[in-house]
Design a protein around this ligand. Structure first.
Ligand SMILES: [Zn+2]
Length: 367
């Protein structure tokens, strides 16, 4: 008998409406396992609050109240009965139609408000619109609920955040941010916005070999054009010592931003030592240089002018191997002084990147 009583609900609602007077509705005791609901509730002006008896017949586990909002603002429905451990209680504000109560489509809802030591559901309601406030309980035993309607003031709890993201491979961008949600309604206050990283620029896309790591300055901008501070990512480089193509990778630390971005730059050969030139035979010029295993080849330029002007007085020899350290140039004007300089090049993706010119050597060609 005691067990049977414990599963019967005695549902009494006392509804207080902004000091317009209090209303009491007593629930009939129904022979249902867990639930019973108030049958009639009559409200005084300006609030219209009635239990929808038609709905009450359809919904046997719920108490459904109809509420027409007297003005447009945030309202909260406060139950002074807080679910005990093991109970499930919920309040839902549904708009437009009763059916929305079943589907869960509504302006707001709360289940087991115990978390915040209260039981409140809140939402912004529009003047003149009809809302259905649904009370549901499961395993609650016998209880009395006093429900008050109040103006709602947001209460913000702890923030949550998402990292802004770039998927470089697929060109996918996603914004992130930090938000403070109201614990009773669906309002969220935006604390911070993180826009997706979009562009990565290097201070230089080509530099010269120095025998040490070359690391260009990196600038990352988000999709709004704001510079993303360096503290959000780390930079790693590959192949960034020897001449060739070097890679700079930025890895975001996952706090405000996540993902990776990469760029490449070219390390060009450094300038060669001064070539040794001689004229061992008539009309010939011989050039010797120190070979360099880090380059793809050499270019030797010779001219009768130390300024190497464009035109027929300046010519060159292309050496497509780095293992060669000498070349002989023939059919030169005998007795004429020739100037020689050279530079190394590195081939990257089919293109030759050359270092700067060496110092100039000169020799007078034998007659
Ligand atoms: Zn709120």
């Amino acid at each position: 008998m005691k067990k049977l009583l414990s599963v019967l609900l005695s549902f009494v609602m006392v509804i207080t409406c902004f000091g317009f007077g209090s209303l009491t509705a007593s629930a009939d005791t129904l022979n249902r396992n867990y639930f019973k609901y108030a049958k009639t509730i009559t409200a005084s002006a300006p609030l219209e609050m009635t239990l929808d008896s038609e709905a009450a017949e359809e919904i046997d586990r719920m108490a459904l109240l109809k509420f027409v909002a007297p003005e447009t603002k945030y309202y909260e429905f406060v139950s002074d009965t807080i679910p005990e451990k093991g109970y499930v209680m919920s309040m839902v504000i549904a708009n437009d139609s009763k059916e929305n109560c079943y589907s869960g489509t509504g302006a707001g809802g709360v289940m087991n408000g115990k978390k915040h030591n209260d039981f409140i559901v809140a939402a912004k309601l529009t003047k003149g619109h009809t809302y259905y406030i649904l009370f549901e309980g499961k395993g609650c035993g016998q209880y009395t609920a006093n429900v008050h309607i109040r103006s709602h003031t947001h209460k913000f709890d702890s923030a949550y955040s998402y990292s802004a993201y770039i998927d470089e491979e697929y060109g996918y961008l996603s914004d992130g941010g930090k938000w403070l949600p109201c614990i009773y309604c669906s309002v969220e206050r935006t604390e911070e916005s993180y826009y997706a990283p979009k562009t990565m620029a290097l201070s230089t896309y080509s530099c010269y070999y120095r025998g040490t790591e070359r690391v260009p300055k990196v600038t990352i901008k988000d999709r709004k054009g704001n510079v993303i501070p360096v503290s959000n990512y780390k930079i790693t480089c590959r192949n960034n010592v020897k001449p060739g193509k070097a890679t700079v990778k930025v890895t975001f630390n996952g706090k405000k931003y996540k993902g990776e971005m990469t760029k490449t730059f070219i390390i060009k050969p450094n300038s060669m030592g001064t070539p040794k030139v001689s004229s061992p035979k008539s009309k010939q010029l011989k050039v010797n240089w120190i070979r360099n295993g880090n380059v793809s080849g050499y270019y030797v330029q010779y001219s009768t002018s130390p300024k190497f002007p464009n035109g027929s007085s300046t010519k060159g020899v292309f050496i497509g191997k780095n293992t060669v350290g000498t070349t002989t140039i023939s059919k030169l004007n005998p007795g004429k002084k020739y100037y020689v300089r050279m530079r190394a090049f590195k081939t990257v993706d089919g293109k030759n990147y050359h270092g700067s010119w060496s110092k100039t050597s000169s020799v007078t060609v034998r007659k």
